[in-house]
Design a protein around this ligand. Structure first.
Ligand code: ZN
Length: 209
């Protein structure tokens, strides 16, 4: 997996207490408020740069996480080769084109070869990639690839259904329509029966994805 590099002008150097230094980020939000015609000094906005900076650190905290750390000690040897499915994982991410949220559900399945991964960790993998600037297709694919690499299963299937505020708020998308993406690896890609089983278990017909 490629290491992420932060742009040069955003210095994430930590303060003495180990938290990131948000000074520059707060200045940028202050500037943004002015640029959209707001008065950054008015009562309701005085603390907004601080809040926004903190929120953005959190929403993009996936950059600071690594798969190795996340899955450390979470892999178990088993003799089990039935499909494992974690359904309805809530995801919240930010589209990299508009910096607006997209959100929805992810369903992740795999067929173990001789290792399984803690169920809560499956959701954490989704969260790690969601808390970065994303496009839904890449998010879906990164989750599948990561599980494939870490668990070395017979196959992995990931389906993501999400709604994008950048489309909904601007009226580009009908209010209730969702974008569906999928990534199928190994047996999920090569064996229509496996794929079919997964898709029907998550309430999707294969021709609908
Ligand atoms: Zn967008």
């Amino acid at each position: 997996m490629a290491l992420h590099h932060l742009p040069d002008d955003i210095d994430p150097k930590a303060t003495e207490d180990g938290r990131p230094d948000n000074t520059r980020l707060e200045e940028l939000v202050h500037e943004l408020l002015g640029q959209i015609g707001e008065d950054p000094q008015r009562d309701g906005l005085v603390n907004t740069p601080r809040r926004v900076a903190t929120a953005w650190r959190d929403l993009t905290s996936g950059y600071d996480m690594s798969v190795d750390e996340l899955l450390n000690d979470a892999l178990f040897d088993v003799a089990y080769d039935e499909m494992v499915i974690v359904k309805d994982i809530e995801i919240f991410s930010l589209c990299e084109h508009h910096l607006l949220p997209f959100f929805g559900k992810m369903h992740i399945a795999y067929i173990p070869r001789n290792k399984v991964i803690g169920l809560s960790k499956v959701a954490r993998v989704a969260d790690m990639f969601a808390r970065r600037l994303q496009v839904q297709e890449r998010l879906t694919h990164q989750v599948a690839e990561t599980i494939q690499k870490a668990v070395d299963p017979i196959g992995v299937g990931v389906v993501c259904e999400a709604r994008h505020l950048c489309m909904m708020m601007r009226g580009v998308e009908k209010q209730h329509s969702a974008t569906i993406t999928s990534s199928m690896l190994g047996d999920f890609r090569d064996n229509p029966k496996t794929r079919e089983e997964f898709l029907s278990l998550v309430g999707r017909r294969s021709n609908g994805v």
